[in-house]
Write a protein of this length. Structure first.
Length: 613
């Protein structure tokens, strides 16, 4: 079983954690003393059995990356793949699980595109502006989130005021490829309510999406405008109402169907409008807490390819209604329960409705141990029912030494395109998975900490493309269930150490082993076996701070070459929340690809100014 090599590495590391005086620590994306969404309700991270990686707005602002996906790829277990510059199709993989197995939510709104081939979220248009917090919950989470949460879940939170009063943010940046970024955010908070609004613009002339070293030369540009908002008000001591949402309008050029030749310059591009809305009510009635939510998401894409004047339209919608209740069971346990209804539709293809019921028990077994058990049943109008479960626990050997473990199963329902598209098969069933993880975390006060996590994921009944299938009536094949299993197992290490007063070193390493049986063994795109991220931040003077990050990726799938990419930045603090900065992406001008045949940025320089007041 492929979990064993990773487990042996984990046991070796966990033994080392008990040694005194080890001056290493956690990754910069690990947690402060805050609540995380590791269960159906927000949870103290020290009481969670599931691994959660966190990036704050300050982390994202300081990181020398233009795109959110590239910044998140510095977390352990995460990798970022892009078909070229900003605006081209870009995805995240988590512990080797592709994007369709990792739902992405913004302020509670599922941003997966129902009209996409796999129904996943495209990170290509999303920058860091307006994102104040990212939480990555790892492992099978279908018991919490339903379909698709096989590899984990990414929760994004927009900018909000953290204290009573008002808060504002402003940022402007210009750099290589004529890239322009500007954003403004306003937030206000009172004793009974809060409101926030974020506006952002990002544009760039870009570079050729197809690899320039293969003769492609026409740059593929991008522009996007986005507005987001959040508001809630405590009507009475027992009732709170809220509304949040966003709207984005973008155009991105790409080379999906064609490259560049002297006689035929690629003219592929996509216009996209995305809208998300969520309304909620929270009610406290006696011993019970209640939450009612309604959310709406629409992605309308128009893709122009081969120089065509008429676009291909992809219009997908999602409407979800949910109820969640909670009550304490004595002083040491709490039960959460609820139900939801989700309807997804794609213009011209079809629609599907899923009903779900769920329950969770969180139990403080002792002052050292916590357990969480979650059970969910979904009824899909096409394939029928599926029951998912998750059991997680944490044991605090000492206040600064924690053991975590979780076990769960997950599922992914076929996307609407896989069911009703031209190559679809309405008779397909769900993909099924089981995952487990075992972790240990050690902290040495505020100066250092270390976390090691062994993980294992096995999936079967996968949906792939079978060139011999005829069920869809096409001559070149159809989507079909793939026999066999696919597995991902490995080890994550995260460390941080304040070496001296001005210098902080951080790093993480992920080892991922891919295996399987039958045709399913290769159904998922391969990931690198070794992925190492290192960073050093140093206060050069009281006002100047420097940052250097390095990523080394080794033993990649297929013919993709290993690579090392460095990024650097420096910022000057004027005081009163104002900073000027410069950052350089691909410092040593490395030639590499994240997807075969598609290019990445050459050395690029960006300068900017940001203020918070």
């Amino acid at each position: 079983m492929t979990f064993y090599p990773a487990l042996r590495r984990f046991l070796c590391v966990s033994t080392c954690l008990s040694l005194p005086g080890l001056a290493v620590a956690q990754d910069f994306m690990m947690l402060d003393d805050i609540l995380v969404r590791a269960n159906l309700e927000a949870t103290d991270p020290d009481r969670s059995g599931s691994t959660v990686h966190v990036a704050t707005g300050e982390d994202l602002a300081a990181a020398p990356y233009t795109r959110l996906g590239a910044a998140l790829a510095q977390m352990p277990g995460l990798s970022f793949k892009s078909n070229g510059p900003a605006g081209t199709a870009s995805t995240i993989t988590l512990r080797g699980a592709p994007a369709q197995y990792v739902p992405v939510l913004l302020d509670g709104i599922d941003m997966g595109d129902p009209a996409a081939g796999k129904g996943d979220f495209d990170f290509g248009t999303l920058g860091v502006a307006g994102i104040d917090r990212v939480e990555v919950l790892t492992g099978a989470q279908s018991a919490l989130y339903g379909s698709n949460a096989v590899g984990g879940v990414i929760n994004l939170t927009s900018f909000r005021a953290q204290e009573l009063g008002t808060a504002q943010r402003f940022a402007v940046e210009y750099g290589s490829y004529a890239t322009q970024k500007i954003s403004y955010a306003y937030a206000a908070k009172t004793e009974r309510g809060e409101v926030s609004v974020t506006l952002s613009h990002l544009s760039s002339n870009g570079f050729s999406a197809k690899e320039e070293n293969d003769g492609n030369f026409e740059p593929d540009g991008f522009r996007a405008n986005r507005i987001g908002f959040f508001g809630q008000y405590q009507v009475t001591d027992a009732v709170t109402v809220g509304l949040n949402g966003f709207f984005e309008d973008s155009r991105g050029e790409n080379d999906v169907w064609s490259g560049d030749t002297a006689a035929n310059i690629g003219q592929d591009y996509t216009d996209r409008r995305a809208t998300g809305l969520r309304a909620f009510t929270e009610i406290t009635a006696g011993a019970f807490d209640h939450k009612i939510e309604a959310s709406y998401y629409r992605s309308d894409r128009q893709s122009y390819s081969y120089g065509a004047t008429a676009p291909s339209d992809f219009d997908g919608k999602r409407v979800k209604l949910s109820y969640t209740g909670a009550a304490d069971l004595g002083a040491s346990a709490r039960v959460i329960f609820g139900a939801d209804r989700k309807r997804e539709s794609v213009e011209g293809e079809g629609s599907v409705t899923t009903l779900g019921v769920f329950s969770e028990l969180n139990w403080a077994v002792s002052d050292r141990a916590d357990l969480s058990a979650t059970l969910r049943h979904d009824d899909h109008e096409t394939y029928g029912g599926f029951t998912s479960a998750r059991l997680s626990g944490v044991y605090r050997l000492q206040e600064d030494l924690l053991l975590r473990a979780s076990l769960g199963n997950g599922f992914r329902a076929p996307s609407l395109y896989e069911l009703y598209g031209p190559y679809g098969d309405a008779a397909m069933a769900v993909e099924k998975s089981t995952s487990a993880e075992l972790g240990v975390e050690k902290r040495w006060g505020e100066a250092a900490s270390l976390r090691a996590t062994a993980f294992w994921l096995e999936a079967k009944n996968l949906i792939g493309f079978d060139y011999a299938a005829t069920s869809c009536g096409q001559a070149f094949g159809c989507y079909a269930q793939v026999p066999g299993t696919t597995r991902r197992s490995g080890l994550e290490l995260e460390a941080e150490a304040a070496v001296s007063e001005p210098l902080t070193l951080k790093g993480n390493y992920t080892y991922t082993q891919s295996a399987g049986t039958g045709m399913a063994a290769n159904a998922w795109a391969g990931v690198a076996r070794h992925d190492l991220n290192l960073s050093a931040e140093m206060a050069l003077t009281p006002d100047w701070t420097g940052l250097l990050t390095v990523e080394r990726v080794i033993d990649r799938p297929g013919t993709l070459a290993n690579y090392t990419v460095a990024n650097a930045g420096v910022r000057y603090d004027f005081g009163a929340g104002k900073q000027a900065y410069l950052h350089i992406e691909n410092l040593f001008d490395e030639e590499y690809q994240t997807i075969s045949g598609y290019g990445t940025s050459d050395r690029a320089v960006y300068v900017g100014f940001r203020a918070q007041f």
